[in-house]
Write a protein that binds this ligand. Structure first.
Ligand code: NCD
Length: 309
């Protein structure tokens, strides 16, 4: 989105065109090929990480991305240590931080908070996850992982498994993949955690079909990509439901037996119980590689939004 000052921010993955995503992927690959060319490119630039909700990977990957570009990082990782506790609005916090930093990455438990903030600032805001809504940089991470492992966006069947109701990474990635051709979508979840109707409606409107399963075993043989997710405990209204559903799927080596040899297993992490540790050594497991891709693509995005690449 672009605000009244002409400032661009990334709130949803659709704020980036398919061509821009291709460009970011190229830059991410160039960063790996020519790291020294990038090590000082953000010297004297500052990234603020405003995390009103806990995060390890996303915050640290933004921090590490900016450090590898030679820039500096400031911010907070807990709303309790910000002036939000004094009653300051998110918009005010962001305008103020825009006086101290060149770019802001924001995570917030409330859907829409980064969008509200982005309307008021003179520096780019990157949505680092807003409630159950969007998570565009995880989607860029996922796209880079798919590109590096599969070589193209198309001609594959992707299965999303677990908490498809609250999982924002699932909603964002499906939204992104809808812009490409020849992708088959398979949705695997317990009935209580199905993909929200509004997402299914978007798929139907675009003429994109999908299959739904309750048992992972039934879907496994057809998949080229298996995207596992954690049951999102923090978005449940009662603990009993969470406890009943949290172990709906546990991927083991045994369950992988009918899977394709070249299927890739993705997970945005953190994993709780949904992938057994024994799977980590299977060549199809690529969730830690995915975390590495997250740093490269965030480096590319920071450079792009700062007009440096
Ligand atoms: C995801 C998130 O925050 O939505 N994690 C991440 O960004 N790496 C997935 C999750 O928390 O389950």
């Amino acid at each position: 989105m672009i605000n009244k000052y002409g400032q661009r921010s990334i709130i949803n993955i659709t704020d980036l065109s398919v061509e821009e995503i291709d460009h970011l992927i190229e830059v991410a690959d160039d960063i790996v090929a020519n790291p020294t060319e990038y090590q000082d490119i953000c010297a004297h630039k500052k990234l603020a990480t405003l995390f009103f909700e806990p995060s390890t990977r996303t915050r640290l990957s933004f921090t590490s991305a900016m450090m590898e570009l030679g820039g500096n990082v400031l911010g907070f990782d807990d709303a309790g240590s910000s002036s939000a506790t004094k009653g300051e609005s998110v918009a005010d916090t962001t305008i103020m931080v825009g006086c101290y930093a060149d770019i802001i990455a924001m995570r917030h438990p409330k859907e829409g908070a980064p969008l509200v903030a982005a309307q008021k600032t003179r520096v780019p805001i990157i949505n680092a996850g807003d409630g159950g809504h969007f998570h565009p940089t995880q989607t860029l991470t996922d796209l880079l992982t798919i590109h590096r492992k599969k070589g193209e966006f198309g001609n594959f069947t992707i299965g999303f498994c677990g908490d498809l109701k609250f999982g924002r990474t699932v909603h964002s990635l499906i939204t992104a993949l809808l812009r490409y051709d020849n992708i088959k979508f398979v949705l695997i979840s317990p009935p209580e955690l199905k993909l929200p109707d509004y997402m299914k409606e978007i798929m139907r409107e675009q003429g994109v079909g999908f299959e739904e399963y309750e048992r992972l075993e039934d879907a496994m043989p057809s998949l080229d990509i298996l995207y596992m997710t954690r049951v999102q405990k923090e978005r449940f209204f009662n603990e009993e439901d969470y406890i009943r559903l949290r172990d709906s799927y546990i991927l083991t080596l045994d369950k992988l037996k009918p899977a394709k040899e070249d299927m890739i297993i993705m997970h945005p992490l953190p994993r709780v119980n949904e992938i057994a540790i024994e799977v980590d050594d299977d060549p199809r497991a690529c969730y830690f590689f995915q975390a590495l891709c997250g740093k490269h693509i965030r480096m590319a995005l920071i450079l792009y939004l700062l007009g440096l690449k």
